[in-house]
Structures are given as structure tokens and as C-alpha cells.
Design a protein around this ligand. Structure first.
Ligand code: M6R
Length: 364
């Protein structure tokens, strides 16, 4: 059942190339996205004035990436809500609202309650879920399945990367129908999408060094994950993974926000994982890296192979294969999943069943 791996989490991390491929297959044609499962006419797709993305935990992190992509590609306002907050703030939802519900299990009580509330208010519900026939799948109007396969470890890995593909596919589909992206741009994104499974494999094949890096985290008490734009969104997922399974306090921060307070917490004992894959803000991220290094923090950078210069500004760099900024989160998270995994093992934690947590949270 663990197929020779020590833990389900490691097995599931290594299944990502396959899961990424399966989620894309049949949904990509030469220069367009085909989402036969979304039963909306072009007219309906054009009638939305607003999008909400509602989810919990890791799925919420995927939603944050979805917001940036949909706003950028479709030019529609998108709000992302934590499901347990959504219902209690009287969100402005009506029949011109598209509500995207993201849930691996499809059984999370808060997410389900938010879905029902949005439906009562007349919204159209599209679910991105991993479990066929789950409550979320049954109650949504349309379902985009992630084909990650069963996820057993409490810490979500392959569900996250395939949820990211789900929001990318939905964003492209909306852009295509509403005519907000040039065909050339769509083709470029699709070409980059097709490369992802092999690139994820490449990261896994070159990941041996992350095991050594993890050893240096055994005594760590606090860690920071920083980045700008989409890098910040993935930083949140990186921090959650580390907290959840290794019990190290970790915080994700928008790199530019550090100097508004949090910089005071950075000392020579604080490792900082700095993500630098968003090239339009690369220089700005570099200056934030210099700020934390001035406080003697140990900085581990994550960037593309072409940004060789990063090793001059940080203590160590994890290099990723090249992709477009919008898809970078799908690759960036993989070394952070592995880091959290190996730190958890090195600290002797129960990797697959972290204390106080359940795989599926069915209470509100
Ligand atoms: O099944 P769901 O995607 O609705 O679950 C949501 C969260 O409970 C889940 O992502 C949780 O945050 C993970 N354990 C994180 O690794």
C-alpha cells in the first residue's frame, strides 16, 4: 500500500508527476482548454460579474493562487475566503456570482456549509475536488475533478498541486470563453502546462540534497517563508506543511511586509526560505533577502535554474526547472513538501498522522 515508501506522504509527493499528468490529460487540446464537465453555456460564462473561491487549509492556499490567475487572465474580481469565515460575513453573492469550492475530500463541513449558503443565494457552484461522489461533488452544479488518486497522509501534497492545475484550467477556460486572453498567450500557457509533469519528476530526481538540508532544521524553533505575489501564496503552503508535520513554528510573509514589524523576529537562529520565481518582482524580492541577511538569518532561496546570481545573495539555493511565473507555484511547492517531510522524519514525528489533526474535518 505504501509501495515501498516509508510513509504515505512521501509516496504521495512522488506520485505528483502522474497526478499532474492525469489531471491535465483530456482537458488540453492544441491551443485550448476543454472542460466538458462544466455545463455552462458561453452566455452564462459571460454573465458572471464576480468570483468567490471558498476552501479551507491547503485548498484555500490553492484558492489564493486562483485569485491572482483569474483576475489576471479574466479581469473579473475574485474574493478568496476561508470557508468558516465566508458564511458569517454576509458575502455579496447573487446569480451573477461564480463560486468555486475547492476541497480534496469533498466532505469538509465548513466548505460544505459555505457551498450550501452560496447556492441558497443563487450562485453557480463549480467544485474542484478529488473524491468522486463526495458531498461537495454531489451538491455543486459542476465538478472539475483532480485526478490525484486517494490521498491518505493528513498533510496534503498531490491534492494541492492538482488543485492548482484545476484553478489554472478554470481560469483559462473562462478567459477563452470571455475572450480576455490572446490565443497566443493561451497557447504559451498550455505548452508550459504540458511540461509540468516531467519537470516535477526532474525536481524529485534531483532532491537528494533536501534530506541534508532537513538535518539543519532539527533544532529550529521558528522559520519564515517569504515571497511576493504568487510566491507569497505558495510560501503559505510551505509554512503550513512544516508546522503541520514537524511542529516547528513557521510563518509565511509577503516579503515586502517584513519591515513593517516582523523583521524584529529575525535572528541568526531563524532560517528564512525565500521564494523568487516571480520575475516581475525579482529585484524587489532580492532586496528583501538582503534585509533578512542583514539580521544574520540563514536564507535558503528557491528560484529557476536561470537565476544563477541568487547564490551570491543567499546561503543555499534550490533550483527549479524553468516555467512561466503563473505556473511556478506547482513546482515551487515540491521542494518545500520534501523539506517538511524530511524535517518531520528527522525530528521523529508521526509524519502521516500529525497530532491533533484528522484527514477530513467533518465538524464545523
Ligand atoms: O479535504 P479538504 O481539501 O476540504 O481539506 C481542507 C483542509 O482540512 C486540508 O487541506 C488541511 O489543511 C491539510 N491537512 C493541510 O495539509
Amino acid at each position: 500500500e505504501k509501495a515501498g515508501y516509508d510513509h504515505f506522504m512521501l509516496k504521495e509527493i512522488y506520485e505528483q508527476p502522474r497526478a499532474l499528468r492525469d489531471t491535465l490529460i483530456s482537458r488540453l487540446e492544441d491551443d485550448k482548454v476543454v472542460l466538458n464537465e462544466v455545463d455552462l453555456t458561453a452566455e452564462q460564462l459571460r454573465s458572471f460579474r464576480k468570483v468567490f473561491i471558498v476552501a479551507c487549509g491547503t485548498a484555500w492556499h490553492a484558492g489564493l493562487v486562483g485569485k491572482t490567475l483569474i483576475e489576471r487572465w479574466v479581469r473579473l474580481p475574485v474574493e478568496v475566503d476561508i470557508a468558516s469565515e465566508f458564511r458569517y460575513r454576509s458575502p455579496l453573492v447573487d446569480e451573477h456570482t461564480l463560486v468555486v469550492v475547492i476541497s480534496q475530500s469533498g466532505e469538509t463541513a465548513d466548505t460544505l456549509a459555505a457551498l450550501r449558503e452560496a447556492k441558497r443565494n443563487g450562485a453557480r457552484i463549480v467544485a474542484i475536488t478529488n473524491v468522486v461522489g463526495s458531498s461537495v461533488a454531489r451538491e455543486a452544479h459542476d465538478v472539475i475533478y483532480t485526478w490525484a488518486g486517494p490521498e491518505i497522509a493528513v498533510a496534503s501534497t498531490k491534492a494541492y498541486t492538482t488543485q492548482l492545475e484545476g484553478v489554472v484550467l478554470l481560469g483559462l477556460y473562462l478567459a477563452q470563453t470571455r475572450g480576455t486572453l490572446a490565443t497566443e498567450k493561451i497557447r504559451k500557457i498550455i505548452t508550459a502546462l504540458r511540461r509540468l509533469p516531467a519537470q516535477a519528476q526532474e525536481i524529485l530526481d534531483e532532491s537528494e540534497h533536501i534530506k541534508d538540508l532537513a538535518q539543519s532544521f532539527v533544532e529550529v524553533e521558528d522559520a519564515f517563508f517569504i515571497g511576493r505575489c504568487l510566491d507569497w501564496n505558495v510560501a503559505m503552503e510551505g509554512a503550513l506543511k512544516l508546522k503541520e508535520i514537524s511542529y516547528i513554528h513557521a510563518e509565511a510573509y509577503a516579503a515586502g511586509e517584513l519591515k513593517h514589524g516582523t523583521l524584529a523576529l529575525i535572528t541568526d537562529k531563524t532560517p528564512v526560505i525565500a521564494l523568487a520565481t516571480q520575475m516581475d518582482v525579482y529585484e524587489k524580492t532580492l532586496s528583501n533577502i538582503i534585509e533578512v541577511r542583514a539580521r544574520d538569518a540563514r536564507v535558503i532561496g528557491i528560484t529557476f535554474k536561470s537565476n544563477k546570481d541568487l547564490d551570491k545573495s543567499v546561503d543555499r539555493v534550490i533550483y527549479l526547472p524553468e516555467t512561466i511565473g503563473e505556473l511556478a507555484p506547482i513546482l515551487t511547492v515540491i521542494p518545500m513538501q520534501l523539506l517538511a517531510y524530511y524535517v518531520s522524519v528527522a525530528r521523529g514525528c508521526d509524519v502521516d498522522k500529525p497530532r491533533n489533526l484528522a484527514k477530513s474535518v467533518t465538524v464545523e
